[in-house]
Design a protein around this ligand. Sequence first.
Ligand code: GLY
Ligand code: MN
Ligand code: MN
Length: 457
Amino acid sequence: MKLFSTETYKNRRNQLKKTLGNGQILFLGNNEAPMNYTDNTYRFRQDSSFLYFFGINLPGLSALIDIDKDEETIFGHEYTIEDIIWIGSQKTLRSLAEAVGINSTKSPSELKNAINVNALKYLPPYRFENKLFLAELLNISPSSLNPSIDLIKAVIAQRELKSEEEIEQMTIAVNITREMHISAMKAVKPNMMEYEVVAKIMETMHSHHAELSYPVIFSVNGQTLHNHYHGNKMLAGQIAINDSGCENDMMYAGDITRTIPVSGKFTSKQKEIYDTVLEMEVDSISSLKAGLAYRDVHISANRILLNNLKSIGLVNGDIEEMLNQGVGGLFMPHGLGHQIGLDVHDMEDLGENYVGYAEGQERSTKLGLKSLRMAKKLEAGHVITVEPGCYFIPELIQKYKSEGIFTEFVNYSKLEEYYDFGGIRIEDNVLITENGYQILGESIPKTAEEVEEVMNL
Ligand code: GLY
Ligand code: MN
Ligand code: MN
């Protein structure tokens, strides 16, 4: 298990204690999750806030910070000889706790006595087991759980500004992710099955001792935004979206998308849309700076999209009016990006609006903009994804057409030529700096020519 320095964890907790001032804070780690019976589990994934403040990547732990008594305790079992027979010799919980600056470890059965329900703050649990555990601990029903908004805000304020050592880890994750993408580009050939390419992505990832930060999205049906089906034969002339990323051995995530022409060369019709998405991505990234609201970057990307679709003849009319009405959502029904860190959608368990929206900043209800997870002003230390796309979703287009939506703007008859087009998305991970931005990791083939070159090496 890799850890940052003892000081890092101490400083993080001290900052949190300073922000909250008094009371008790309870953090629940995750437990093993059974796949089909108790002893056959999914890959263990520690809770990210637990990792951030306590570092220990093991199941069955909780931690209590008592600000008033100035005590920090980790609750968990020490391994017994019965465990060691099955899992081998392990570091003691006590030594791991010391490595993250905590001198007190206790058995889980002692937690109940240690808490003061009137002063206790906790984050919203997202796993049912932890919901039940908390409800039982507090002697209330699961539906009466009442996470602390102050704690949520304090944790987000810390976790969202990445330190240099975190950026180092994220860069490692993106560089492994880069290799996953290059191996996919090199592998793709007409008549291969999608899962054969996914196997290459996984092989590259595992060769770096990394794991997925989310299930691989690899599909010739890229118009389906999160397509996890990998059973299609890829045909010459199609394009495949590869949205895949890893978390490295310190659990920091990468989240990259590239779009690949199956035959090794984009057709001119595909390239027209590809270059539109590329322009949206490159332009959005080059505009990034502290103080800019990311919602405005999303809207600017939509402006480029509509302008280009107008040149192609797929939409018509006043661009600003189309933006007002949300016409771009028909072609990009998702947001431009989200924060990324220990979670691929960082801290989404704490509430999307707390993470991505400023107090009082309203969330749109329009298709596309309503799915924007990061809308607030950028700050130095934020790491965000920039992931514009353009998709032709026949079911959505036909629904809008039949309901007479956007008929004054959208050339529905020409759009029929795009029903089998699929979708294009391009995604990078970007750090906001004092002076602008930095794309994390080494460059990943991105222009149509760069992608084609790698495919045809
Ligand atoms: N990988 C999912 C996303 O891009 O948000
Ligand atoms: Mn992605
Ligand atoms: Mn993403």
